[in-house]
Design a protein around this ligand. Structure first.
Ligand SMILES: Nc1ncnc2c1ncn2[C@@H]1O[C@H](COP(=O)(O)OP(=O)(O)OP(=O)(O)O)[C@@H](O)[C@H]1O
Length: 887
């Protein structure tokens, strides 16, 4: 079949592969090859560059353009695709007769340095990796580039990864001409000479290379499929992986730039250069484990972290089950990869070459021991409890110099561990564009994805929830339920989890599809059995369950087959079957179902749940049956109170939602109305008292200052619980006594979901406040949520919040009508000249409106506003009399 036809009939799949995960790398690599092979001209490349336009547009245009260039060009495009796609992506695709042999010999040798840059582009991009900064220094020194140009090349907004920086550098040097190109090539030549002599000196022994290969293929196999999909069919990580928003945690107050995967280990954001542990933090379901899995996969394919010879991945959940004393060697060889050859030699190499290694520890918040640096292990062969080995590695007394990446919920990392953290990178979930890519990747049938995205666009609260990847997955998975629930569209966490409960139960019993409520009537006991297991686990920080644990909660084979529990792989030294919930948030949801459905729960369970500092055991053991086996007593002392608390908070959020009017029907099918009402009243009381506690400690204002409240994270959680109830009376009562002029919520991890909750409650304030949300992740979607409470705000501070021109447009459109509104702070966002027009219009309109009122203040610094935007702003300010401050 001709290459032209192959391109045509496989178009949809090729587009999918080129845009996989919303990452531009595949398309960029194909463009490099086509430029080098002269299929594309420089002008074509400039039009197609994905940095200049949406990825899908570029990919489509590439296929169109090459298609129009004839058979040979199509053959070469298929050859390029065959070169760069991974094995898993190529399954089912046909590339025809690929022209890999002698491709280089077909074109005359380049005669100028500029031509060499083009012909050798694919390999120059690779060779520059890790050396872009040094190359820029050389070019600045030679006078071929200015410092400004050099900085521009490295700006993460333009070049989120090392490859992207390398390409930008090549493009810039090309535009500078022959001299700059020659200097760059000279630099690379020197570098190559250096590294070959270095490599020869340090040639790796064969045994090591063999182990390296074995480890690589084991890591590759482990990272091929996304584990969450257990029970519902495995999904290849390549097909579904979507880049999340990564940011350096704010030590300094510099503008935030998105980071690429490789930046996790790079120098950006280093706080303590002496430490070797990088913390990757993020809220529940934000994608930490998935990101780590992707990093492992890219390493195993030699696409990232190529300078690291050995990568040892650990799961803290699995390490928790290790109750014997272990040595470091046990951990590496027994938990990760067993060497076939000489253990001694390998271990010696590992000890002598810490800079070639990476250890990753996923889910430190799930490790059952609190971090402590009281006992420091230094000797790599000394046996010790697994917690001692792990903590000694993290603080660097053991294997100093080895880079470690630890993922955790932020609250589980206390100050004692933070001393040993090199830097903290925060995972902030999906951006709106990533949500689009995820849905498109999940549903290759574009009719379905378009439908889902339409629903999300019309339901901004649900769109906000989808910023959390685990929720995006559920929403995408339950699209049939979503389409059928047109009246009562999901808006809360609980809505989304009830939807997946329905989805799994109907999946198992399709014949009862239309009678979901009836089905629940007869199967409350299933929810109770799974809920019992879930709650017991949460209380004792257990996330992996043995067969015996299941039996003792009465969980049957049929219950397992529903799909909420999946096999837990890789538990060391155990042949028994183990299970875990599909995701820990699912465990929280079932625990909440147990508390709401169980008649025997103690009357103090709900108050204890909402007063998390004091509670010990939520539910007496006799509720779970006489002989539940989890070793809660002795171990409850060990596990991290903070991380346990975080999961119980999520569970309490679900309890609030399940008892609400919205979901009460579900519970009333099997429980008396009186009992449910009593529990709901308990929740309402707990929320009101919890908030009052916060108001009690508001300090009196010093003279000349406003009375202000700095909210703590727990305040935000209580507000989220109120939102789950969707009960206006509770929301109104909650803030009836809040009398402050300024509400400060800086650094509180406020994303779109939190914005929905805040707006739901704050719209009932009695008098307007200044709302300070600096250093959060509000974004345009969060801002959209906040619009409904801005009539109760006299100022809005949004420094460092990923707000774009679109967000500012919506904001100014809305607040122009609010008399009270006097101040906007938008420092450090993603604003460009495009928003200046809206601000100018806003200022013109607002001027008439507030001419006799107080000054309006507008802070816009540190965005991407140029002279063009400034002129538009000046136009808006012409004749404006009230503005006093313009930052
Ligand atoms: N980058 C991603 N691309 C595609 N899907 C993702 C991504 N990140 C997360 N998901 C989806 O969300 C689910 C939950 O993600 P993950 O387990 O990685 O979150 P987490 O932050 O480790 O959660 P927790 O702290 O609660 O353990 C994944 O199983 C997957 O379905």
């Amino acid at each position: 079949m001709s290459a032209e036809r192959l391109l045509r009939i496989q178009r949809e799949r090729l587009l999918g592969a080129l845009c996989c995960g919303g990452m531009t790398e595949a398309l960029e690599s194909v463009l490099d090859l086509l430029l080098a092979w002269d299929v594309l001209q420089w002008e074509d490349y400039q039009i197609l560059r994905p940095s200049e336009r949406p990825l899908y547009h570029s990919a489509r245009e590439l296929l169109d353009l090459v298609g129009s260039k004839g058979e040979v060009a199509c053959e070469l495009l298929l050859t390029a695709l065959n070169d760069i796609l991974h094995k898993a992506q190529k399954v089912g695709l046909s590339f025809g007769a690929v022209r890999s042999d002698g491709l280089g010999a077909q074109w005359p040798l380049p005669t100028t340095a500029v031509q060499t840059l083009q012909v050798d582009r694919p390999c120059l991009v690779k060779r520059l990796r890790g050396h872009v900064a040094a190359a820029l220094d050389v070019l600045v020194e030679s006078g071929d580039l200015t410092v400004y140009e050099s900085d521009e090349v490295q700006l993460p907004i333009h070049t989120p990864s090392q490859q992207a920086s390398a390409r930008r550098l090549l493009d810039l040097v090309r535009s500078k001409g022959e001299c700059a190109a020659a200097i760059l090539l000279q630099f690379l030549h020197k570098l190559e000479n250096l590294s070959t002599s270095h490599d020869k000196e340090k040639a790796f022994p064969a045994e090591l290379l063999q182990y390296h290969k074995k480890l690589r293929s084991s890591v590759s196999a482990q990272s091929l499929f996304l584990s969450t999909y257990g029970g519902t069919g495995s999904l290849s990580l390549d097909d579904i992986y979507t880049e999340g928003l990564l940011e350096v945690a704010q030590g300094s107050r510099e503008p935030q730039q998105p980071l690429g995967l490789e930046d996790i280990l790079g120098p950006v954001g280093t706080l303590n250069a002496e430490a070797d542990t990088v913390l990757l933090s993020g809220e529940a379901g934000s994608g930490k484990s998935t990101l780590l899995q992707r990093l492992h996969q890219l390493w195993a394919r030699s696409v990232a972290l190529e300078h690291l010879l050995l990568l040892f991945p650990f799961s803290c959940r699995r390490l928790s089950s290790e109750d014997r004393e272990v040595t470091l060697r046990d951990l590496l060889f027994r938990h990760c990869c067993w060497p076939d050859g000489d253990h001694e030699m390998l271990f010696r190499y590992i000890l002598d070459n810490p800079h070639c290694l990476l250890f990753t520890f996923d889910g430190l918040d799930e490790f059952r021991h609190t971090f402590s640096d009281e006992r420091r292990l230094c000797c790599p062969t000394e046996p010790a409890p697994v917690s001692t080995v792990l903590f000694s590695l993290l603080q660097g007394s053991l294997m100093q110099g080895v880079c470690k990446v630890v993922t955790s919920r932020p609250e589980a990392v206390g100050t004692s561990l933070r001393r040993y953290i090199r830097k903290e990178v925060q995972l902030k979930g999906f951006s709106p564009e990533a949500i689009n890519s995820f849905v498109q990747n999940h549903h290759r049938d574009s009719r379905v994805s378009v439908h889902i995205l339409d629903i999300l666009r019309s339901n901004s609260a649900l769109f906000g929830l989808c910023h959390i990847p685990v929720l995006c997955w559920i929403v995408s998975k339950c699209y049939k339920e979503l389409l059928s629930s047109s009246v009562n569209q999901p808006r809360t966490f609980t809505d989304v989890y009830v939807m997946i409960l329905q989805h799994f139960m109907q999946h198992r019993h399709p014949q009862q599809c239309t009678m979901w409520m009836n089905w629940m009537t007869g199967h409350t006991d299933v929810a109770l059995r799974l809920g019992c297991l879930a709650l017991r686990g949460l209380e004792s920080a257990h996330y992996v369950f043995s067969d015996l644990d299941l039996v003792k909660c009465g969980v049957t084979e049929d219950d397992i087959a529903l799909g909420f529990l999946v096999h837990s792989e890789g538990l060391s030294g155990s042949d028994d079957k183990h299970y875990e919930f599909l995701h820990v948030t699912m465990q929280c949801f079932f625990a909440a179902l147990f508390v709401t459905l169980n008649d025997d729960t103690n009357r103090s369970t709900i108050p204890k749940l909402f007063n998390l500092y004091k509670q010990q055991v939520l539910v007496p053991h006799d509720c779970f049956g006489p002989c539940f086996s989890l070793q809660q007593e002795s171990e409850s002392k060990m596990h991290t109170a903070e991380s346990k608390k975080a999961n119980l908070q999520i569970m309490a959020t679900f309890v609030s939602g399940l008892l609400s009017q919205r979901h009460r029907n579900l519970l009333l099918l099997s429980r008396p109305a009186g009992a449910i009402e009593r529990k709901f009243r308990q929740v309402a009381r707990a929320l009101s008292q919890g908030l009052k506690k916060h108001f009690r400690f508001i300090p009196c204002p010093v003279e000349g200052e406003k009375k202000s409240m700095h909210a703590m994270p727990e305040f935000v959680w209580l507000i989220k619980c109120i939102y789950e109830t969707q009960d206006e009376a509770i929301a109104r009562a909650a803030v009836a006594k809040l009398q402050v002029e300024h509400l400060k919520l800086t650094y509180c991890n406020i994303g779109p979901v939190e914005c929905s909750a805040l707006a739901y409650v704050l719209q009932h304030l009695r008098s307007p406040v200044g709302l300070q949300l600096d250093y959060n992740s509000v974004g345009d979607v969060g801002l959209e949520q906040l619009l409904s409470c801005l009539h109760m705000c006299n100022s809005l501070h949004l420094r460092n919040n990923n707000v774009t021109d679109e967000g500012v447009h919506r904001l100014t459109e809305k607040v122009v009508h609010f008399e009270n509104f006097q101040k906007i702070a938008l420092f450090n966002n993603k604003l460009t000249d495009a928003c200046m027009l809206h601000i100018a219009e806003f200022l013109k309109a607002k001027q008439n409106f507030i001419a006799l009122r107080q000054a309006l203040c507008c802070r816009l610094g540190n965005n991407y506003i140029t002279a063009v935007g400034a002129e538009q702003l000046a136009e808006g300010l012409r004749g404006h009399r009230s503005l006093q401050f313009l930052g």
